[in-house]
Design a protein around this ligand. Structure first.
Ligand code: PTT
Ligand code: SF4
Length: 610
């Protein structure tokens, strides 16, 4: 095989053993890489019902056949596991030097099981694979740990790390790299911590074999050129994802005060224009000429790399209208290894619970010091942080009363930063995302608003969600490259089959890639149903109740809310299109049609398959 290295590294931390394994061409061609590999391996090898924080859970880092080649935005990696936050499939995508290094070490993925006796880190240096003592790193934040590891293993290496929140099993702990890249929102950091694994350090120096290296080089060179020539390139370089703050405020979709409202009175204090005046430098992932990480100095004179989601969830959603304060909270999350979206949602939830006198905690909207304390408490799972660090679903169950009514999650994963009181399409996207309420698969909100969202629950919204899920959730998560050139600058999708052919020699058209997306989606849904013991119904795919039951009280959309009956109708269209039954479970015929006949038989042991 070319393009794929055809090898993955197995690591058993309990036994202290590593082993390189060749994987089959069938896995490469049918599941391609990244998320595709992850779900197939989890389906085949994870014992159903495994406790996500037990040694038996699998932690997977997976690249794809395009990762690491000198083509646009190829420095990404998927981290996946059974999620301790949701109990279902979980993954995330981060840009890191570890990605090209892993590929240049001759590997495509790492599959980690077991639990080390003492704090450890995994070191991969080409063909040398070692589990090393990390006692001196345990307890350190992710920045300090990375600095120490890089000092020892060289600046060219890549490191994937957890902070104290992963060590203490906060369910919203993520994996961090390069002081400002993070992935694995559904608690992948806690899975790593449960294995006593502080870090994975990778340094690879081999050639990455391509089917047609000259062609790939030429395509890559042209790709970078096309990107810099795009109309929006200059503006993107100035604001990156932060332009979305202003856009969301105008559209009344900027999460404010725990998603109660869609506009924030201090939005202009935390938007991309304000950031532009404060930016001191830009950072990004390897092999990228779009560099979207804009760095400012925070209230403690430290550097903080901003992104839309981070700023909104730690800004307007908790009532903070000062970008330096937001920067501090954001940087703390990276150091502690907390997901910014989960953390901002948990803090907003706590502020509302405090306001409603449901908890014995004095914290109000905009309370910067209170938010800092909560971040630390969640990371160390102490005081009220021990409850909040379980995520909003579990925290609300523990608190009781009306708390579940304002816990902003789907299937246990906190919503990303888009208020959906009047966005049925984006609600459907959150509802049917394969990991819980994340925007990564189907960010349809921009299309939805531009096509007139009011009173509009038409079938094309379900079609658009599926189209995006195929492209973003199937193709980009499996190839594995960054989707920003396409979604942000309009870099044409047609380039990708050309990259694939030059890299691997395999001809894979866009239709094949959409089929790949459907296969992955069906298997991920099967995984959820299996891990929930077959107890599954369509309400699992509903967005948070707040958007149905509590209309907006401010702004141009005052009085607006989602309609439950019409949302349910849209959901049915989505199921029909996907070939899933009215519980939201793929039918046997659908699974067989996607080449998942064996998996259908296996799923049939847990649920009556129609
Ligand atoms: C991603 C989610 C996002 S999505 C953001 S900001 W975004 C938050 N970033 C966090 C962070 O930072 N630190 C932290 N402690 N927690 C964070 N949680 C949040 O995590 C990211 C970019 C962005 S910025 C996005 S949309 C795109 N995401 C891609 C994707 O998912 N797939 C893909 N093929 N390409 C993508 N390109 C873009 O990458 P999760 P990164 Mg992230 C600091 O991980 O779990 O998927 O959640 O990876 O390297 O930081 O780049 O407005
Ligand atoms: Fe990374 Fe941003 Fe470049 Fe994508 S556009 S590869 S997220 S720096």
């Amino acid at each position: 095989m070319k393009g794929w290295n055809g090898k993955l590294l197995r690591v058993d931390l309990t036994k202290g053993k590593t082993k390189v394994q060749e994987y089959s061409e069938d896995l490469a061609k049918r599941f391609v890489g990244g998320r595709g590999f992850a779900v197939k391996l989890l389906w085949d090898e994870l014992k159903p019902g495994t406790d996500p924080l037990s040694p038996e859970n699998m932690l997977i880092f997976a690249t794809g056949p395009l990762t690491g080649f000198i083509i646009p935005n190829s420095g990404k990696m998927v981290v996946a596991s059974k999620s301790p936050l949701t109990g279902g499939y979980g993954d995330g995508n981060l840009g890191t030097m570890a990605s090209p290094n892993l590929r240049k070490a001759g590997l495509d993925a790492i599959v980690i099981t077991g639990k080390a006796e003492k704090p450890s880190y995994l070191l991969i240096e080409d063909d040398t694979h070692e589990i090393r003592d990390a006692s001196d790193l345990w307890g350190l934040d992710s920045y300090k740990s990375e600095a120490k590891l890089k000092a020892e293993h060289g600046a060219a290496s890549g490191a994937l790390l957890i902070g104290p929140s992963g060590e203490n099993l906060a369910r919203i702990a993520t994996v961090v790299s390069q002081e400002g890249r993070a992935g694995g929102r559904p608690g992948m950091g806690a899975v790593m911590g449960s294995k006593n694994l502080k870090a994975v350090v990778v340094h690879g120096t081999k050639d990455l074999p391509a089917h047609d290296p000259e062609k790939l080089k030429e395509l890559g060179r042209k790709g970078f050129q096309v990107i810099t020539g795009k109309d929006n390139y200059k503006f993107w370089k100035r604001q990156g994802t932060m332009a979305t703050v202003e856009w969301c405020q105008e559209a009344n979709t900027l999460p404010t005060h725990n998603f109660r409202e869609g506009i924030f009175e201090y939005a202009s204090e935390i938007d991309g224009n304000t950031m532009e005046k404060m930016t001191i430098k830009q950072k990004g992932c390897p092999n990228c000429n779009m560099m979207c990480g804009n760095v400012i100095t925070d209230t403690e004179d430290r550097e903080s790399e901003l992104d839309y989601e981070n700023v909104v969830m730690l800004g307007s959603n908790i009532g903070i209208g000062d970008l330096r304060q937001v920067g501090t909270l954001n940087r703390m999350c990276d150091e502690l290894g907390l997901d910014t979206i989960g953390a901002g949602s948990c803090i907003g939830f706590a502020m509302e619970a405090s306001e409603k006198k449901l908890i014995d905690l004095d914290i109000t909207w905009g309370d910067f010091e209170g938010a800092k304390k909560l971040l630390t408490d969640m990371a160390y799972m102490k005081d009220f942080g021990a409850t909040l660090g379980l995520g909003t679903r579990k925290a609300a169950e523990k608190i009781g009363g009306g708390a579940p009514g304002f816990a902003m999650h789907v299937k246990g994963l906190e919503c990303s930063a888009y208020d959906c009181h009047l966005c049925p399409g984006m609600s459907l996207s959150f509802g049917t995302s394969p990991i819980g309420a994340h925007h990564k698969d189907a960010w349809v909100i921009s299309w939805e608003i531009s096509t007139g969202r009011r009173e509009h629950y038409d079938e094309d919204k379900a079609d658009k969600v599926i189209e995006f899920q195929r492209i973003r959730g199937g193709m980009f998560e499996s190839l594995v490259t960054c989707r920003f050139p396409w979604i942000e600058l309009g870099y044409e999708l047609d380039y990708y089959p050309e990259f694939i052919e030059a890299a691997t020699g395999v001809s894979m058209g866009l239709d094949d890639l959409w089929g790949l997306g459907d296969r992955i989606y069906a298997l991920i849904r099967a995984f959820w149903v299996r891990e929930y013991g077959g107890v599954w119904d369509r309400t699992m795919d509903y967005p948070p109740v707040r958007w149905f039951d509590e209309p907006l009280t401010r702004g141009a959309l005052k009085g607006m809310h989602l309609d439950r009956g019409r949302y349910d109708g849209l959901l049915q269209v989505y199921y029909d299109r996907r070939g899933w039954d009215d519980r939201g479970i793929p039918t046997r015929a659908t699974m067989e049609g996607l080449g998942l006949g064996v998996e259908a038989d296996e799923l049939g042991e847990y649920v009556d398959l129609r």
